[in-house]
Structure formats: structure tokens, C-alpha cells
Design a protein around this ligand. Sequence first.
Ligand code: EPU
Length: 351
Amino acid sequence: MRAETTDMGGYTLIENAPLGARNTLRVNVHATLLAEIREATKLPELLNFPAIRQRPLLVLGEGSNMLFTGDYDGTVLAMATRGVHVEHDGDNARIAVAAGERWDDFVRWTLGQGLAGLENLILIPGTVGAAPIQNIGAYGTEVAEFIESVEAWDTRERRVAVLGHADCAFAYRDSLFKHEPGRYIVTAVRFVLPRLRAPRLDYAGIREELTRMGIDKPAPFHVAEAVIHLRSRKLPDPAVIGNAGSFFKNPIVDTATAEALKAEHPELVAWPAGIGKTKLSAAWLIDTAGLKGAREGDAGISHRHALVLVNHGGASGGQLWAFAQHVIDTVRKRFGVTLEPEPLIVGADSQ
Ligand code: EPU
């Protein structure tokens, strides 16, 4: 069946839409309907169509944190809104950014404006609207720290909601938006960024990289460059091989459990994670279980980084999900720790 496209002014509707180019794991599935929205003010009109109201809805940014295990029998809402609005406020800038802007383009723009804060988060795939949902983080920084509020369409109350930082319940790779799935459609994110801020260099590898670059007093753009070098060396590029970044969260366990594991495996990689809790390196667990670079058909674990599930070409969503289950089972049997996937798993057999 051919994909039928209708332009509605402010949004486009595509029936039987292929999603292979819209998810970075490159899974070739179809959605019954794809609605690409360019004007957020059209959301209420779009969501009011009976055919859309009565079926499941999935919001998609760049599809960089999602695994489709099969065709999507419902509407995929692709956020394609654009716009950055900045107000200068003494030593800070307040910036409102449309959900459909690319995250990495936005980070580069802030650096060009002489703003600090987001340099450790450069090169993360995805859209601005997706950033607060899983509270993206890398190299010792989480985005939540710079978010003042999130503007969303509340599908339950059918009105625009502005959620302040505290309302968003941010935590490690987590937020309110994950706890109430389907309720909010993020339309814009408001950031507060400082002009001056001590660079955050504590995460392993950053200082060494800056030294290698010959920089001793790093400005934010130097830190960004160091992060680009580190990420490019360690993480496979989704433009080259299908992947969704870290596929597993670093598990948080009781410190007593972590200590027992450490007694058995002195090389265990772990970090304190609040009172009585310890965060374990999922990459270390997977690597030590012998799964780095392993594959079954075209589904596998990257040989560059043990946290990254990869599609070597023709793996289906079901095959990728089955391989992820194999990783979870193997790590559970070996260490007694249950890994959880970090991306959203979309499809009937994942519920
Ligand atoms: N390690 C291994 N084998 C590997 C890779 C790493 O044993 O193949 C061990 C190393 O000992 C290393 C430790 O795991 O010291 C941690 O590795 P890394 O510094 O690469 O960080 P990570 O905990 O694996 C997290 C984020 C990444 C983020 C990096 C850098 C999560 C789930 N992942 O990975 O985020 O880029 O830190 O800050 O928290 C993402 O979320 O998509 C993502 C890429």
C-alpha cells in the first residue's frame, strides 16, 4: 500500500507511513497514520479528529530513543515545530525553544551566543522536546539543571500546561513525563543559561582530553570539543550504524548488594547514588558478561561500547528486542542484577 499524503496547513497527514528513516535503530515498520506538525497551535484541532482520538498516539522527535517492535497501529505525531526566542536577563539568558528543534543544533547555537551550561551535552541525538522527558545527561551534567519550565499540551485537561522545574520531578533518566505516559505533549522548553560558569570537568576522560588538546583554562566551547572527541571515539554514529545510544540504564541497587558484588568482582565499576544506594555501570556488567560485540543475525551489542544495542542492517524490531532480552537474562544470571532498557519500547509484545 502506498503512503497517502495530505497537507492540512500547519500539519501534514500521511497514511500507512514508513518509519524506517524516522528511528535511529533503523527498524522498518509502518504507522497507520503519521501526523507531522509544524505549528503547535494546531495540536488541539489535530487531536480532535475522531480517527485520532480513538486510537493510540505516539509522539516522535528524531526517534533516537525508541525501539519499534512492530508496526504502529495508531497515530505517530512527529514534532516538526521550529523557533528559538531569547531574552537577556543580566548574567543569564532565558531561552524558549520549540520542541521540534534538533538538540545538538540548539547546543551549538548557545555556545555561539557565548552561553555556558550545555557544553557537556553536545552531540546527543534527538529533539529539544525529548530532552526533558528522559532528562538527558552526559559527562556529569543533566539537562534538568538548566530547565526553568516545560510547556506542553495536556491531553487529559485539554489545555496548555506550563510545568515548572519542580513539577517535572526530574531524576536520573526520568521525569513526570515518563510517569504519566501519553498525558503531556511537550511543545516548548524554557531554559535559563548563564554567561559564566565554572566548567564541569570531573567526568572521567574530560581533563585528559583537554590536556591532549593543549588547553589549561577551558572555555565552554573547549569542553564541547573535548566531549565531541570522547563521544566520537566511544559511541557508534547512528548515521553509520543503527543505534539508540545507551540502550540500558545504569542500574541503581542497595549499597549492600553492590558491596557483595564488589567482594566477588573487585574491578566492578560503581558510583554512589544517594543514601544507601549505588549506581552500577551497566556497560561494565555487559562487557564482563562477554557480550560486547556479540550478535545474533543483524541484532547485536556494539563492539565500541557495551551499552549500545546496534542494528547491523536488516534486524527487525522483534529481533532487536529479543537480543536485548538475551543481554538482560545473561547479566541477571551472572550478577543477579536486572537491567532496564533506557529507550521507549513501542509495540504489543513489550507491554
Ligand atoms: N565500560 C565497560 N565497557 C564498555 C564501556 C564502558 O566496561 O564497553 C565501563 C568503563 O569502566 C567505564 C564505565 O563503564 O568507566 C562507564 O562508561 P562511560 O563513561 O562510557 O559511561 P556510561 O555510564 O556507560 C553514561 C550515559 C551515556 C553518556 C555517558 C557519558 C547512561 C545510561 N548512559 O554511559 O549516555 O554519554 O555516561 O556521560 O547513563 C545515552 O543515554 O544514550 C548515553 C549515551
